[in-house]
Write a protein that binds this ligand. Structure first.
Ligand SMILES: *Cc1c(COP(=O)(O)O)cnc(C)c1O
Ligand SMILES: [Zn+2]
Length: 483
């Protein structure tokens, strides 16, 4: 059965989180022209959606989960909650979303002391969750192109690696009139992440410095030139990333009161989107409770942690930090653009669910990398940011932040292979001193050479295999079969 494309159309506008001014979505806006604040997108007809009971929404989304129609197969399965101003022809679908939730096996769950799962957002097309936001942002761009008959649109973004990989991929797929430029901190993205936009044919510009420097360059471009900015200032990306929340709720059969959702915080767009998504479902009665939200930051890039460390809300003070190198490199951001959005939604979460429904924990570099290695030794494909979440879960358990009966969902935001160089540094004990990581023998691994290469020429093939096999048997301590 093919499911129809949704008929509901909302009426969306940008709302500034600083001064509350609203702006039409017929133009691209990133920050408020009045006060410089960041935007959220809101559907002014949202109230109409509340006329449909939560149970019916659950049925609609469950039915669509079986749809074979590309336009509602990905993040737009939740069309009405997402960007209900797009037409079907606008929707770009590259297989993003519906990522698997993989529960930790007994051995790992026992070791950690809690049942938990990774949601593998590394199984998105460009191997990170950024595809969720790009699918939405590019669908909106297609709408703008269609309505304005534009013949040229240059998309730009600054990136810690994954935003650019995703932007370049979607731009390559959509094609003319869109072209892609990505701006990266030189030497601060992994070789895999650099290869991705290059392979997608994007123009790749490197800036010596860190992500925060690249962001300044991109902001200048967006302010003074005609370009489409694809950083998470772009509120369409936040919308698309809300799909993660919808999927988590759907996977748990819309019962989320006993879930603790762990998210690594970099520029803070992802945790913003995830909280926003759950709050929307709550408003519509699709879920009756909120999960607990736990943001995780490395001690090398922890401005959000520092802010919330102060328990008295009136005494909290936001200050950017200077970052030091982190294995959670995609989250190595000292001045998160979406910080005001985090505050906005965390306040709402706390107002509904109480003070302890939102927390931010801090973890060390050593804990991040070792949690990743531990997870992957138990069959996961967590990246370093996924490792950061598992380290965060351990911290939260120690601190009594998550209850005994809670089930933790950890965001493995990218595929392990994107950050595999950090595993290599650990195994080879080659971390530069500033990471502060000392590898442990029992977590390391290295290939072992079975037989000297010179033996290949020296021996006849049969003898060569025999010698190699004998060496293997010896090394593994194998017992011979008795015949
Ligand atoms: C972008 C990114 C993050 C950080 O997400 P924010 O939305 O910037 O907080 C974490 N992990 C990975 C793999 C990323 O690409
Ligand atoms: Zn404003």
């Amino acid at each position: 059965m093919t499911h129809a494309f949704p008929v509901y159309r909302g009426s969306m506008q940008y709302r500034c989180l600083g001064c509350e001014a609203v702006y039409s979505i017929e133009e691209l806006h990133y920050t408020c022209p009045e006060c410089g604040g960041v935007f959220l997108l809101e559907d002014t007809s949202f109230e109409r959606l509340t006329e449909t009971p939560g149970e019916m929404w659950r049925d609609v989304f469950d039915a669509r989960a079986a749809a074979k129609r590309a336009s509602i197969r990905g993040i737009f399965r939740f069309y009405e909650l997402m960007a209900p101003v797009l037409e079907e022809e606008d929707v770009v679908y590259l297989g993003e979303g519906s990522t698997p939730v993989i529960e930790a096996n007994d051995a790992l769950a026992q070791r950690i002391g809690r049942r938990f799962a990774f949601k593998n957002d590394g199984q998105n097309p460009s191997a990170s969750f950024k595809d969720r936001g790009m699918a939405c942002a590019f669908s909106y761009l297609k709408r703008l192109v269609r309505e304005n008959d534009w013949d040229q649109v240059l998309t730009v973004c600054a990136s810690t690696g994954d935003t650019s990989a995703a932007a370049a991929l979607y731009a390559a797929y959509v094609g003319a009139p869109l072209t892609s430029v990505v701006i990266l901190p030189q030497g601060k993205v992994t070789p895999q992440q650099l290869a991705q936009p290059l392979g997608s044919g994007a123009t790749v510009l490197e800036v010596p410095g860190v992500f925060d420097d690249c962001m300044k360059v991109v902001e200048h471009l967006a302010e003074h030139y005609r370009v489409a900015l694809l950083n998470s200032k772009n509120a369409w990306r936040i919308l698309g990333q809300e799909s993660y929340a919808f999927e988590v709720a759907q996977w748990h059969d819309w019962k989320v009161g006993d879930l603790a959702v762990f998210v690594p915080i970099g520029n803070a767009g992802n945790i913003t989107a995830i909280m926003s998504g759950f709050l929307k479902m709550h408003k519509l009665g699709i879920i009756n409770d909120l999960p607990r939200f736990v943001g995780v930051q490395s001690h090398h890039a922890d401005p959000v942690y520092r802010y919330y460390k102060e328990k008295d809300p009136t005494a909290r003070k936001y200050e950017p930090v200077a970052v030091t190198p982190s294995v959670a490199q995609a989250a190595m951001i000292g001045n998160p653009v979406s910080f005001p959005r985090v505050k906005h939604f965390a306040d709402q979460v706390v107002a509904i669910g109480g003070d302890d429904k939102f927390a931010v924990v801090q973890v060390s570099e050593q804990e991040i990398i070792e949690s990743m290695l531990l997870a992957n030794r138990h069959g996961h494909i967590a990246d370093t940011q996924g490792g950061e979440c598992l380290a965060g879960l351990q911290k939260a358990i120690e601190a009594g932040v998550v209850g005994e009966d809670e089930f933790a969902v950890l965001d493995a935001t990218a595929h392990a292979l994107k950050f595999i160089g950090f595993q290599e540094m650990y195994f080879e004990n080659s971390f530069p001193a500033e990471y502060g990581i000392t590898p442990k023998k029992d977590l390391s691994n290295a290939p072992r050479l079975l037989i000297d290469p010179s033996r290949k020429d020296a021996l006849a093939p049969q003898d060569y295999y025999l010698e190699a096999a004998t060496a293997a048997a010896e090394l593994l301590g194998l017992e011979a079969k008795i015949d």
